[in-house]
Design a protein around this ligand. Structure first.
Ligand code: EPS
Length: 399
């Protein structure tokens, strides 16, 4: 992210640590390492994760930007050490210790960045590529997302997620449901973060079967934001449209191949008369909608309804029963390299999706309401909400 809120992450999957620097948060936001670790722990869970998650216990150390429990308006930097690093010290050494003694990874996995990365960086060792391409990097994003979430909490926004589909098993009709915050209750207590117990059991069976077959699975996760006021984002430039920025943020999660807002692709089948959310008015709640097919976004702006996004993930490319590839050193047919890997990461990806949505929404709040401190931002937001109070009453959607 390089806008009002600027996020930079660094770190290799098996290197010493991951780090994140988030610049642009106003001063005065309450934040603790415990808040960040809560999201890091949620990201590590989910049935279908590999053995690496038994090694890691992700903890973010706040190095700067927070004093006495509150942001001070300075860049916030975070450090997450990789517990697995001592097992990879030789392989991942900064000095050329392993060079010539450890074999290069020359059998790129179809679906991973191995081949394109080797071509791009002109190397025959995919280790140089896969370490940064690894989804381990999303731990740093999740930590930064927790900082953004802390700002959103102060302005009454809640960002949640759940799993809709794993492989061929899905929650029926979930795409068309009118969502409330209650629709997400129980996700965190379920092994695959699914809110339907019967479907969850089938999903677990599906993952077990894929694991037995040496295979992997993808699926669909859903992220929603409640309590977002209308008018965030902009249609003045293509790059400022909030839906586009949310699509970009979610599609940047490794393995995500498709993102939709609201009823998304389903809307393409309908006529205009049944595709849009008609506008009604009552004295008590101002303008309101009976449906939310648009997923809270119209013309690149929030419209005051809950924001609802679905993201589809392809199955993990690292397979116990590897696919055909080419040994790029020998230019001979081969089987793709085998790495320890997860079978299914859709439950974890929902948590990463929340972090990405938090970052985009926090930035949109800062853009709209400005200010160097949380107090200033809240004052500006309060006066805006007062101006539009005749038509719109805050926090609808959370009830
Ligand atoms: C990943 C491969 C696995 C996953 C990793 C992403 O790592 P390893 O090769 O060490 O077993 O566990 O995800 C994480 C480490 C994580 O924290 O999510 C990959 O190739 O993308």
């Amino acid at each position: 992210m390089e806008g009002t809120l600027h996020l930079l992450t660094a770190g290799e999957s098996h290197g010493k640590a991951l780090c994140a620097i988030l610049d642009g948060l106003p001063a005065g936001i309450p934040i603790s390492e415990r808040d960040i670790d809560r999201d890091l722990a949620r990201r590590q869970l989910g049935f279908g994760r590999g053995a690496r998650m038994d090694i890691e216990r992700d903890h973010a150390e706040i190095l700067s930007g927070v004093r006495w429990g509150k942001t001070i308006g300075a860049p916030t930097s975070l450090l997450i050490r990789n517990k697995d690093y001592p097992n990879w010290e030789h392989m991942m050494a900064v000095e050329p210790r392993g060079e010539g003694t450890l074999p290069p990874e020359t059998k790129p996995r179809p679906g991973h960045g191995d081949l394109a990365g080797c071509l791009k960086y002109q190397t025959l060792d995919a280790r140089d590529v896969l370490e940064r391409a690894s989804a381990r990097e999303t731990a740093a994003r999740t930590a930064a997302g927790a900082l953004a979430r802390a700002l959103l909490k102060e302005v009454g926004v809640e960002v949640v997620s759940r799993v809709l589909q794993i492989g061929g098993v899905s929650i029926a009709g979930s795409q068309k449901e009118r969502l409330s915050i209650e629709s997400f209750v129980g996700a965190d207590d379920d092994p695959v973060r699914c809110t339907d117990g019967e479907v969850s059991a089938l999903m677990i069976e599906e993952i077990k079967k894929a694991d037995e077959d040496g295979d992997s699975l993808g699926g669909v996760f859903q992220v929603a934001a409640f309590g977002v006021p209308p008018g965030l984002g902009s249609f003045s430039e293509f790059s400022k449209r909030l839906d586009a920025r949310l699509f970009c943020a979610l599609s940047s999660i490794p393995s995500v191949k498709g993102v939709e807002v609201g009823e998304g692709f389903g809307l393409a089948y309908l006529r205009g008369s049944s595709a849009h959310d008609e506008i009604f008015y009552s004295k008590e709640i101002g303008v309101f909608r009976k449906t939310n097919r648009a997923g809270g976004l119209e013309a690149g702006l929030t419209n005051g309804e809950p924001i609802v996004l679905n993201a589809a993930m392809k199955p993990i490319p690292t397979l116990k029963k590897p696919l055909a590839t080419v040994d790029i050193e020998r230019c001979e047919p081969a089987l793709a390299m085998k790495e320890r890997a997860d079978v299914c990461v859709v439950p974890a990806a929902g948590v990463i999706g929340e972090a990405m949505v938090c970052l985009v929404l926090a930035e949109a709040f800062i853009e709209k309401f400005g200010g160097d401190s949380l107090g200033e931002l809240e004052k500006n937001m309060g006066s805006y909400l007062k101006e539009i109070a005749r038509l719109w009453v805050p926090k609808r959607g959370l009830d």
